[in-house]
Design a binder for this molecule. Structure first.
Ligand code: NAI
Length: 246
């Protein structure tokens, strides 16, 4: 751990977050892997090694949990070089069938949780006069039927990233969003086969992306090569956001 850069990745136990964690490890980061899935989180720590990854069971929607996490990171590692806000959930339904509970749950994790993590990171990164924040949004922020809660939460993440780029730029902190399209993870593996097939057909590439496609983009954004890139939303979606012929 000594001499390594320190990154926090949320939702690190599975899917895209796990791929980001592995990629940042190979880039030379020590990663604090945050998730509420204790079993998978501990598995990840065992698999990758405690000298490279520390699992933290933290619910990003809980202000106290988040504050305690940042205090422990600063006590143990003294600095935070990168924050990747990846944790997110879906609760899809047409608006006329969507419950307030499903609306609140999605906004809470995807938007409030991301905001809480950004706030605590900003306090520390401002003192360091350095930091890289990457927020995982979604192509769905452009609008997806059945995802009024999710699309709104991810549009919020894009707006949040743009505002923080304005507020934190003069402190040498960059804030960008990554907007993945259809990526093969436990989240999309829950979709009905027919629905998934239609979604793949609608892709210009006729394929799903892999978690490593998103991880490679995050790796670039947290690297030293991107000092002048901030407030941007980078699509990793096989061209779906172009929208032609849809
Ligand atoms: P996933 O469901 O495979 O993994 C998400 C992880 O976040 C899980 O390990 C879960 O335990 C954790 N998590 C959920 N709520 C949490 C909380 N309150 N606090 C801490 N951890 C929490 O999801 P996947 O597919 O890897 O997605 C990762 C991110 O990418 C999400 O933000 C998702 O919205 C976004 N995304 C995914 C796409 C896809 O096609 N898979 C497409 C576009 C965006």
């Amino acid at each position: 751990m000594i001499g390594k850069k320190i990154a926090i990745v949320t939702g690190a136990a599975k899917g895209i977050g796990k791929a980001i964690t592995k990629r940042l490890l190979s880039d030379g980061f020590f990663v604090v892997a945050v998730d509420t899935d204790i079993e998978e989180g501990q598995k990840l720590e065992n698999e990758l090694g405690r000298e490279f990854v520390e699992f933290q069971n933290v619910n990003i929607c809980d202000e106290q949990h988040v504050k305690t996490l940042f205090t422990s990171i600063i006590n143990n590692y003294k600095r935070i070089d990168a924050l990747v806000n990846n944790a997110g959930i879906i609760r899809d339904n047409m608006i006329w069938k969507m419950s307030v509970e499903d609306f609140d749950a999605v906004i809470n994790v995807n938007l409030k949780g991301t905001w809480l993590m950004c706030r605590e990171a900003a306090i520390i990164m401002k003192l360091q006069n350095f930091g890289k924040i990457v927020n995982i949004a979604s192509r769905a922020w452009l609008g997806n039927r059945g995802q009024s809660n999710y699309s709104a939460s991810k549009a919020g993440v894009v707006a949040l990233s743009r505002v923080l780029a304005l507020e934190l730029g003069k402190y040498n902190i960059s804030v960008n969003a990554v907007a993945p399209g259809l990526i093969d993870t436990p989240l999309t593996q829950k979709l009905e086969k027919e629905v998934l097939q239609k979604l793949i057909e609608a892709q210009p590439t006729k394929t799903m992306g892999q978690p490593s496609d998103v991880a490679n983009t995050v790796s670039f954004l947290v690297s030293d090569k991107t000092g002048f890139i901030t407030g941007q939303t980078i699509y990793v979606d096989g061209g779906k956001s172009i929208g032609a012929n849809m």
